[in-house]
Design a protein around this ligand. Structure first.
Ligand SMILES: [Zn+2]
Length: 422
């Protein structure tokens, strides 16, 4: 039998508690789309779909002519499928993990170390930092997607220090004054911001819980009296507090930008960028790593020292956190989300209704293709017989293989593809 190098996958679902419930979840919708026999439980969270070869969620191969059961096993047998550049650069491993996330309640505020710090942390504390790799991430909204990302412009933080006395109390008068007087001097501002954030994160639990309760009480009363609470970021505060009562992360909304992505918009989370996902569905792609340093909205371990040392204390607007995507000069149907790291690139492929025959071009790395909308019959010299694609279908495509789509849906097709363009 000729070698099969393009094949469909059944991907792993993670039912983390923060996921959207039942068929509200984009993850669950994609799962039933890709497999009509799949059973979705109406009261269960469907948080993440993992499309890749990560040992905690290695995709199953949906082609019974292939001896291996999972994608990871298959890549180990045929590392040439990665493409020669990727195979050499990433030691025979698929360099990325491609995901869909459906977020119902906030995920922890976090940052990921760069390669150098990851190696140091892993050597010192392997129980908290399981590998030595960096973990850049890209999130592309499928529905309106809300998150926190990066430090706010200083005037916004100063505004909250003035308007929210409970927040001011945690930062302290000295640090707050240092931040105020640093305006206009980038280096001093970075230092002062670090001091302010570190002061807050180092507060004793009893102190910040009291201040938080005070703040929540005040904002609740103001809201009930019909007052505008936006100067205290009241709506977001109450939402996060209802999900994580007594958590220091509730105060981070005064330091970090609140970013709302419309469908198709993206944010890229490079090393040391503080971030949290709050609500919505997105495509996510990341380098293969589990290294996360947490800063709140979590019941997990918080390493305050490492966190406060590593963060990127560069204030910038929420708008500047939206990652610019570009149209592929070689193909008007393709939008490229190409972050400044070698591990991954994401492409959005939109086949218009007028196009019935479309070729997913070959790239020189392995890639994973997810159908978000539309139906097609896929043919490839490396996959036989043809594969029927519907919403939720996931296809593994070896390096240098192209796939022809015969689109059968009336309204075109939308696909996302992850690959590594070295
Ligand atoms: Zn992250």
């Amino acid at each position: 039998m000729e070698e099969v190098r393009v094949f469909p996958l059944t991907c792993a679902v993670q039912n983390y508690a923060w996921g959207k419930i039942g068929l509200d979840s984009e993850v669950a919708k994609l799962v039933v789309g890709g497999d009509p026999l799949a059973v979705i439980e109406g009261d269960k969270p469907y948080a993440e779909l993992w499309m890749g070869a990560h040992p905690k969620g290695d995709a199953q191969i949906k082609d019974n002519r292939i001896a291996q059961t999972t994608l990871g096993q298959w890549i180990a047998h045929y590392p040439a499928c990665l493409g020669s550049k990727v195979k050499d650069a990433f030691q025979g491993q698929l360099p990325f993990l491609f995901k869909v996330l459906s977020v119902n309640t906030a995920l922890s505020i976090q940052a990921h170390p760069n390669k150098e710090l990851a190696a140091t942390l892993h050597a010192q504390f392997p129980e908290h930092y399981p590998d030595n790799n960096h973990k850049p991430e890209m999130a592309i909204a499928l529905t309106r997607f809300q998150g926190l990302c990066g430090f706010r412009p200083v005037d916004e933080i100063l505004g909250f220090l003035q308007a929210v006395p409970e927040f001011h109390a945690l930062v302290g008068r000295d640090a707050a004054e240092e931040l105020r007087s640093s305006v206009g001097d980038e280096v001093r501002t970075g230092r002062a911001l670090k001091k302010c954030f570190t002061k807050m994160m180092s507060c004793e639990k009893k102190v910040f819980v009291d201040e938080l309760n005070e703040l929540v009480k005040r904002v609740t009363q103001e809201g009930a009296a019909g007052k505008d609470t936006s100067s205290s970021n009241g709506d977001l505060l109450l939402r996060l507090h209802s999900q994580y009562p007594g958590d220091i992360g509730c105060f981070s909304i005064y330091f970090l930008n609140y970013v709302v992505l419309e469908p198709g918009q993206a944010m890229f989370l490079g090393a040391n960028e503080p971030h949290a996902y709050i609500y919505g569905d997105c495509i996510e792609c990341m380098a293969c790593s589990d290294n996360t340093v947490r800063a709140g909205l979590t019941r997990k371990y918080i390493d305050v020292n490492t966190l406060c040392e590593m963060l990127n204390y560069k204030p910038a607007s929420a708008f500047s956190k939206i990652f610019p995507c570009v149209s592929d000069p070689a193909d008007p149907c393709v939008t490229l989300y190409d972050p400044p790291v070698p591990d991954f690139t994401v492409m959005k492929i939109q086949v218009p209704a007028s196009v019935k025959d479309y070729t997913v071009a070959s790239v020189d790395s392995a890639s994973i293709l997810l159908v978000i909308e539309g139906d097609a019959t896929a043919t490839s010299a490396a996959a036989f017989p043809d594969v029927t694609l519907t919403r939720g279908s996931v296809l593994f495509v070896s390096a240098n293989e192209s796939v022809s789509l015969q689109v059968t849906s009336q309204s075109g097709m939308t696909l996302f593809r992850a690959c590594s363009l070295l």
